[in-house]
Ligand binder design. Structure first.
Ligand code: AMP
Length: 437
């Protein structure tokens, strides 16, 4: 049941408008409740975000992004944002209610039937295609972000917040602070610059594999091995996956984004086209827009950040929508031997007046020389070898003040490490082609 300290409720009614029900789920910084609009009786999900928590964690720009993106994308297979409300301490996202919960829950019990997988894949591709047509790329597609409504139609959720939520969920687990890499496209890992649409298509391929196989295609016991497999798209089909599905998956999970199947190619594939007629709500984009327009009259209008500000009496929410760039961790992929990275980190340490000490293999600690606002600033820099010449460096604050950390990150670590991201000229070409083999 809803606790009054959790919310600005009167009895069980939020903002004189929504009758709150059970807790549907909890992320690391948000709780999601079932609720009913008292005037229309419509079921909704209300995501409650503690304002203090997001200011602390520098999530404000993520929230802003989520509001903006959700306003841009209205589609039957995308969780709709109906309304955003704010009080002194909380932000409430009033969302379309996905009664049947996460698609992930269906997959953890094993693979789906081929035609069920196809139905969800059609709906996923339609949603993603629609987003791309609006210039919006999800970048964190995975079954946990795919919800189901009461008719078992797929609803893509969690735009701006998902990437952060994932890395938070992983917090504290050894070597997994990069979030779940399992759905990430190879070119995203190598930071060679990537197209959001191709990266999303890759994730759709991983999701399709999971739906058909019941397990992940790339899932090694540690992140480095998983990255290696993703990079080469090294996976095996279980024997029950049919040849036409294999052909499609191989075309989607092409590590070369240029050669990877596009959404129109996916839609033309024989596996995708099979039994399409029997899969009821695979609406095309034009139909999707007319559906949402019809729905609009019975729903509260969505609001943007400025609407919220103007509605928030007695409390200045402007700072909530300014652009801080606070980050707890940062990652760099670097085409250099570990020795070069180590000496660069030592040089950066000197420049920012921090003592650099080596801990276990691949782990460096940078420590401030004097007490800061919240004690001695301490930063871990961990180096993961992807090949002998290609490394992932993860930088994370382990103690001290976030703003002081951000300063070191922006003025020391980021420019310093970005300075050595690439090998020079021919050497780099050679390494890239070695990897592409
Ligand atoms: P999130 O903070 O978005 O990860 O959500 C936490 C939990 O609430 C997840 O386990 C979801 O299953 C559930 N949830 C989130 N959004 C909705 C929604 N629109 N409808 C139903 N359940 C939801």
């Amino acid at each position: 049941m809803v606790k009054s300290e959790d919310m600005d409720v009167n009895g069980n009614i939020l903002m004189e408008k929504y009758e709150l029900g059970r807790l549907l789920g909890q992320g690391s910084f948000a709780k999601v409740y079932y609720a009913r609009d008292v005037t229309t009786g419509q079921s909704v999900a209300i995501k409650v975000i503690d304002k203090d928590k997001i200011s602390e964690d520098g999530l404000i720009d993520h929230i802003k992004r989520e509001i903006h993106i959700m306003k841009l994308v209205r589609h039957p297979n995308i969780v709709q944002l109906y309304e955003v409300m704010a009080t002194k301490t909380k932000i409430y996202f009033v969302l379309e209610y996905a009664k049947n919960g996460e698609l992930f829950d269906k997959v953890v019990t094993g693979k789906l039937k081929e035609q069920t997988a196809r139905k969800y894949f059609h709906q996923l591709i339609n949603a993603v295609d629609f987003c791309h047509s609006r210039g919006v790329y999800h970048r964190d597609l995975k079954p946990e972000n795919l919800l189901l409504d009461e008719d078992d139609n797929l609803k893509v959720s969690d735009f701006g917040l998902s990437a952060f939520a994932e890395s938070r969920r992983q917090d504290g687990l050894l070597h997994t602070t990069c979030g779940t890499p399992a759905y990430v496209a190879p070119e995203v890992i190598t930071r060679k610059g990537y197209d959001g649409d191709k990266a999303d298509v890759w994730s759709c391929g991983v999701i399709l594999f999971v739906l058909l196989a019941g397990y992940l295609p790339f899932n090694e016991s540690n992140i480095v091995d998983t990255y290696r497999k993703i990079w080469k798209s090294d996976f095996k089909f279980p024997n029950w996956i049919q040849p036409d599905a294999r052909r499609l998956l191989s075309k989607i999970l092409d590590p070369n984004p240029v050669k990877r199947a596009t959404i129109s190619k996916i839609k033309e594939s024989s596996w995708f086209k099979k039994e399409k007629k029997s899969n009821q709500p695979c609406l095309d984009n034009s139909l999707a827009s007319s559906t949402t327009n019809n729905q609009e009259s019975t729903r509260p209008p969505s609001m943007n950040a400025f609407d919220i500000i103007s509605l928030s009496h007695g409390f200045d929410l402007r700072t909530l929508f300014e652009e801080p760039r606070l980050q707890k961790e940062a990652r760099f992929t670097i085409w250099r031997p570990a020795s070069v990275i180590l000496s660069k980190l030592e040089e950066i340490g000197k420049n920012v007046r921090m003592k650099v000490s080596k801990r276990e293999a691949g782990l460096l600690k940078l420590e401030g020389e004097k007490e800061g606002r919240k004690g001695i600033l301490s930063i871990d820099a961990e180096i993961f070898a992807l090949t002998s010449c290609f490394h992932l460096v993860e930088v994370k604050k382990s103690n001290g003040d976030t703003l002081e950390y951000q300063k070191v990150l922006d003025e020391g670590l980021r420019p310093g490490l970005e300075d050595i991201v690439w090998l020079q000229g021919d050497e780099q070409e050679q390494k890239v082609s070695e990897q592409d083999q």
